[in-house]
Design a protein around this ligand. Sequence first.
Ligand code: IMP
Ligand code: MG
Length: 175
Amino acid sequence: MSEKISVLVSEKEVDERIEAMGKQISKDYEGRQVHLICILKGGAFFMCELAKRITVPVSLDFMSVSSYGDGTSSSGVVRIAKDLDESIEGKDVLIVEDIIDSGRTLYYLMDTLRQRHPKSLHLCTLLDKPERREKEVRVDYVGFEIPDEFVVGYGLDYAQKYRNLPYIGVVEGVE
Ligand code: IMP
Ligand code: MG
């Protein structure tokens, strides 16, 4: 069966928004170095595009997390599958995520990273589904607020497919 993807946010709209976010971040971090932490795998495409548009010095690190249980469990336990290579102590850290849905992953992650004593800790996401929130997380930079629909592209997958789409789309027929 072939899946149909309809465009929710076009390539041009995504590019323009990331450009604007890069400008804002450059302004907010003026005179400092920003340490970007990419949450793999979904955040990778967004982080590369964003980093290219930040004009203050940038350093990068990567982290991979997975949630225990399925979507129906509310344990909120998140496992770090790949931890950071470097210490974040004393750094101005900006987490770069693809999407915030229930908020469980970021709620746990922010708490964990805060205990490592960064100088500052902020959060940037390409997409936000506020309707789905179960855990309160303060998001500093949001690309687009989207409705409660399952989206793919720009790093986001459906069964590991479609991460490479240059736009944000909705897979038709997915619950
Ligand atoms: P949260 O802990 O529920 O906020 O989980 C966020 C994670 O779930 C994201 O980092 C994505 O990996 C995944 N996710 C949530 N919504 C979508 C979607 O619409 N498409 C693809 N992945 C999603
Ligand atoms: Mg993710």
